[in-house]
Ligand binder design. Structure first.
Ligand SMILES: [Zn+2]
Ligand SMILES: [Zn+2]
Length: 124
């Protein structure tokens, strides 16, 4: 691995750690650019994919949205999608009582909750 390669990957990892929210590849590119001048989209995609393979990142999939990624191994949580700026944020905790929503005889084994609206920057 070249020094440039290592520096690119380090900048990408720092972007995720510093933002503390799921990031799309274009967002990662934007955040890594000041640290790694000349970094390109293809490099960011490759680095994200190897960080996924290594188990450092996990995919965050919202219906109809381009993929985003977050640090792997986080506790159970859900996401908020700002429909104005497109950013995705982590929510703390979960809802109880989901089993009560399903008809008799059904058993819930998994769920996904996505809230959408405006983030503080966009609702100001
Ligand atoms: Zn927003
Ligand atoms: Zn949940």
């Amino acid at each position: 691995m070249t020094r440039r390669h290592t520096r690119q990957r380090a900048a990408i990892r720092r972007a995720f750690e510093a933002q503390g929210r799921p990031l799309s590849a274009p967002e990662v590119l934007e955040l890594a650019r000041p640290e790694v001048p000349g970094i390109g989209a293809a490099t960011v995609y490759r680095a994200i994919h190897s960080l996924l393979d290594e188990g450092f990142l996990a995919p965050v999939v919202l219906p109809g949205q381009p993929p985003r990624y977050e640090l792997a191994g986080m506790a159970h949580h859900h996401h908020f999608h700002c429909t104005a700026c497109g950013r995705v944020f982590d929510l703390a905790g979960c809802l109880s009582g989901l089993q009560a929503l399903v008809p008799h005889g059904f058993r819930v084994s998994a769920h996904d909750i996505i809230l959408s609206g405006h983030c503080p920057d966009c609702s100001a």
